[in-house]
Design a protein around this ligand. Structure first.
Ligand code: FAD
Length: 424
C-alpha cells in the first residue's frame, strides 16, 4: 500500500511542482486520492474533514442529487412547521471552501483490484481509499403488495424529498375524522424514535386542523424507546388521538391492499385514510450489489477505522454499517465519518491510530414546543470488536414544561450548527 508521508508530500511540492506547467493540477494528480460515494450526512462529513487534514488529500464526492434534504426535521415539515427548502443543502460550500471535487452522478460499481469506482456515465474514478456512505435501501419484497408503485399511494417518507411532499399533501387533503396509519418496521432501521416522533408531530397538526382524526401505529415490535416519555406526552397533549398496537396484539404487518388503502396483519385488516408504510430496511443498494454487506443486509466494519471487514481499502460509515450499540442516526453518521477521516489520514501518512470516541445526541419532538433529548458516548470494545455504549443520558418522564420548551429551542440551534458542520 502507498504511504503518503509528510516528507514525500514536501518532495512533491518541491521538485514536481516547480517543473510542472500547472502546479495546481500536478499537485492534485500527485496527492493520495480518496473517493467518497454518497453525499448525505456520513459522506459529506467524511469529505469535508478529509479535505481539511494535512498533508493534503485529493477528495472526490460522488452524489447524484444537486441538493440533499435532511430526514431529520422532516417530521416538522409533515406537521407544517418547516418548509422543505429550509431542510435542503447544496454542495457549493464543500466545493468552494473545502476544495472537494463534486461529481453529480450515481456510482454503479466498484473494482477493488483496479481500485476504481464506476459511474453511471461509464467513466471510472481511481482511488487509493474509497469511502461508501449510501444510507439505507428499502426491502420492497418484505410486505406483500408493497412494491415501488405502492410507495406512491402509501408513502414511506423515510427518505426526505418527494416522498415527504406526497405524505404532507395526503395529510392536508385528508378529511377531519380520518385515520392516519403508521407501519413501523422491525429493528434495525433508520432513526429508531422517528416513527413515534412522526405520530407526535402529525398529532400536533391534527389537534389544530383536524381534531376528530386518529393516529394508529402498527408496530413490528412489542416495545420502543423511550416508550414512557412518548406515551406520557401523547396522553397529555393528544388524549385519545394516538393508539399504539404492538406486534403481540396484531401479529405485525403482512400485506397491504393499495386499492382500499388497507394494511393487513395476521389477525385483522386496518383501513386508513392516509397510510404511511415504513418498510424493513438494509444497507444502500450499492453496498449490497458490491458484496460489502453480510447476510444481515448490513455492512460489517472494523470499528477502529471503519474499514470493511469484507474488502480492504474500502471504508463505510452511516446507516449502512453494523454499528454495534450506535443507532442509525445522522449524529452517529457524522461522528463515524470524523473517526473514519482521521483513520484514513493516519493510514495514508503511516502514523499511529487511536481508538475513536464516538457520539450520538438526538433531539426528538413530542409537540412543536416540547422536545426531549438523549446523549450517548461509545468506544470500540477491544475484546468483542464491537462498538459499545459507555455513557448515556436520556430525558425522563416528569421534566418541566419549561425544560422541554428549552430543549425544543436548542434543537433548532442544533440543526443549524450540525448541518453547517456537515456541508460547510
Ligand atoms: C423521519 C426521520 C427523522 C430523523 N430524525 C433524526 C434526528 O432527529 N437526528 C438524527 O441524528 N438522525 C435522524 N434521522 C436519521 C438520519 O437522517 C440518518 O441516520 C442519516 O441521514 C444517515 O446518514 P447516511 O449518510 O448514512 O445516509 P443518507 O443521509 O441517507 O445519505 C446517503 C446518500 O448516498 C447517496 N447515494 C446512495 N447510493 C448512491 C450511489 N450509488 N452513488 C452515489 N450516491 C449514492 C444518496 O443519494 C444519499 O444522498 C431521521 C430519519 C428519519 C427518516
Amino acid at each position: 500500500m502507498t504511504r503518503w508521508t509528510r516528507r514525500k508530500f514536501v518532495g512533491l511540492t518541491g521538485a514536481t511542482l516547480l517543473a510542472a506547467a500547472d502546479p495546481k493540477a500536478a499537485l492534485a494528480q500527485a496527492l493520495p486520492r480518496v473517493v467518497v460515494v454518497g453525499g448525505g450526512i456520513g459522506g459529506a462529513t467524511v469529505a469535508r474533514y478529509l479535505a481539511a487534514l494535512a498533508p493534503p488529500i485529493h477528495v472526490t464526492l460522488v452524489e447524484p442529487k444537486e441538493r440533499y434534504v435532511t430526514c431529520f426535521f422532516s417530521n416538522l415539515f409533515l406537521a407544517g412547521l418547516r418548509t422543505l427548502d429550509s431542510l435542503s443543502h447544496g454542495y457549493r460550500s464543500l466545493a468552494e471552501k473545502s476544495g472537494v471535487m463534486i461529481v453529480h452522478e450515481a456510482a454503479t460499481g466498484i473494482d477493488p483490484v483496479a481500485r476504481t469506482v464506476e459511474l453511471k456515465s461509464g467513466s471510472r474514478l481511481p482511488y487509493d481509499r474509497l469511502v461508501l456512505a449510501p444510507g439505507v435501501s428499502f426491502r420492497l419484497d418484505a410486505i406483500e403488495g408493497y412494491d415501488e408503485a405502492a410507495t406512491e399511494v402509501m408513502p414511506h417518507a423515510w427518505n426526505a424529498g418527494p416522498q415527504s411532499v406526497l405524505l404532507r399533501r395526503q395529510l392536508e387533503s385528508m378529511e377531519d375524522g380520518g385515520v392516519f396509519l403508521i407501519v413501523v418496521p422491525p429493528d434495525p432501521f433508520r432513526c429508531p424514535p422517528g416513527p413515534y416522533e412522526r405520530a407526535s408531530l402529525v398529532a400536533d397538526y391534527f389537534k389544530r386542523h383536524k381534531p376528530r382524526s386518529k393516529i394508529l401505529i402498527l408496530d413490528a415490535k412489542d416495545a420502543f424507546k423511550p416508550q414512557d416519555v412518548f406515551q406520557e406526552a401523547w396522553s397529555r397533549h393528544y388524549p385519545g388521538m394516538i393508539e399504539w398496537l404492538p406486534a403481540q396484539f396484531t401479529g405485525a404487518t403482512k400485506a397491504v391492499d393499495v386499492g382500499t388503502r388497507s394494511v393487513i396483519t395476521e389477525g385483522e385488516t386496518f383501513k386508513a385514510a392516509v397510510a404511511n408504510v415504513i418498510p424493513p430496511q438494509r444497507a444502500g443498494a450499492l453496498a449490497i450489489e458490491t458484496g460489502l454487506a453480510d447476510k444481515s443486509g448490513w455492512c460489517p466494519v472494523d470499528p477502529m477505522t471503519f474499514e470493511s471487514t469484507l474488502q480492504r481499502n474500502i471504508h463505510l460509515v452511516g446507516d449502512a454499517i453494523i454499528g454495534g450499540d450506535m443507532p442509525k442516526s445522522a449524529f452517529s453518521a457524522n461522528s463515524q465519518a470524523k473517526a473514519c477521516a482521521f483513520a484514513i489520514a493516519a493510514e495514508l501518512a503511516g502514523s499511529r491510530q487511536f481508538a475513536p470516541h464516538l457520539f450520538n445526541s438526538c433531539y426528538t419532538f413530542l409537540a412543536r414546543d416540547d422536545a426531549f433529548t438523549n446523549a450517548l458516548n461509545f468506544r470500540p470494545d477491544p475484546v468483542t470488536g464491537k462498538i459499545k455504549v459507555v455513557d448515556s443520558f436520556v430525558s425522563k418522564v416528569g421534566e418541566s414544561a419549561e425544560l422541554r420548551r428549552k430543549t425544543a429551542r436548542h434543537a433548532i440551534g442544533w440543526y443549524a450548527a450540525f448541518t453547517r458542520d456537515t456541508f460547510g
